[in-house]
Design a protein around this ligand. Sequence first.
Ligand SMILES: Cc1ncc(COP(=O)(O)O)c(C=O)c1O
Length: 401
Amino acid sequence: MKGKRIFQKDGRLAEVRRAKAEGWYPYFRPIQGYRGSRVVIQGRELLMAGSNNYLGLSLDPRVREAAVRAVETYGTSCSGSRFMNGTLDLHEKLESRIAAFIGKEAALCFTTGYQTNLGGISALLGRGEHVVTDKYNHASIMDGIFLAQGMTRQVGVHRFSHGNLSDLEKKLETIPAGEPSLIVTDGVFSMEGDIADLPAIKALADHYGAGLYLDEAHAIGVLGPGGRGTTEHYGSADLADIVMCTFSKSFGSIGGFLAGDGEVIEYIKHVARPLIFSASMPPANLAAVLATLEIIEKEPERVHRLQAIARRMIEGFTAIGYDIGVAATPIVPLIIGDDEKTFLLWKALFDRGVYVNPVVSPAVPPNRALLRTSYMAIHTDEELDLILNIAEDEGRKLGII
Ligand SMILES: Cc1ncc(COP(=O)(O)O)c(C=O)c1O
């Protein structure tokens, strides 16, 4: 294998090898166990400040119990695509519950959030149609566009500067009148924790006759009095035509959904390749989402606690002197800029027992390296203060704050 040129990628891993040799390689670290807001890594307990399990529900005994019961009833896999033998009654039950929760006519579940964007976006974009997408949108959105292009649909792709409404409008103006277009935006941006100005984007969408597709991966369970996300935060389910979300974050499972008008969802169901050509969401994961959805609806205080934690950490890091950009959610980035300093601070926090995620280009623009910290409703005030104290200590030592 080594002699074959196709496999000669050695040069590209030089940085990874150096990081491993010097002991600051941060990725793919196996977690050996979860204990509430703590994780065990290399036999050591760390405080988790880097998870997307925003409501802490993947560990809730009611959710675990529901997953176990589903395995007992249906087994561990559906062994087929939704299109063929892979649809369970649980898929349809979840879809009608989700549609009601979000306030849309219909919903459709995919096996991962990534596949949801791949399927939804590639299904919606046809030849001669246009997509207008925020530059900070999640990679799965761009990959959905690539899939449409790869199917030679000849889609017009327009990327606007992050959150810049006048650039969005400029891009919309270039689209010839009468040619269909779709605006795509995250509700909460995954790396910087800022919230899209959805009412303004919706007004532009209406003015230019564009559809609006909203990725709520980091917004549902997080924003709005009932945890329904960015639309609820701004007061109306009608602010987006299509709502997308993953089940791997607040819902403590894996999978994803699209919600929207019945006819549009029915269309996507019959053309989305990642739905048709991949096995469906497994029983345990479906049951886990059904259980978390019930908890979110019955116990909104969890969402309120998460929102209070977000305010506390935003204020705390700002007071210490960190640049946190315009974070407004439980995702609080410590923006450092320089890759090396970012890895040094990551290692210092890791060694002191705090787990966060280092993020460098291409996941963020070059020279905008950051530590992505994120919080869960199950964090205690004492744990949050400990994180702030350690981050202050280590940030000062490294001259970052
Ligand atoms: C904004 C956004 N959309 C989609 C996804 C994909 O979801 P999943 O990881 O559940 O496949 C993610 C995951 O990080 C995300 O942050």
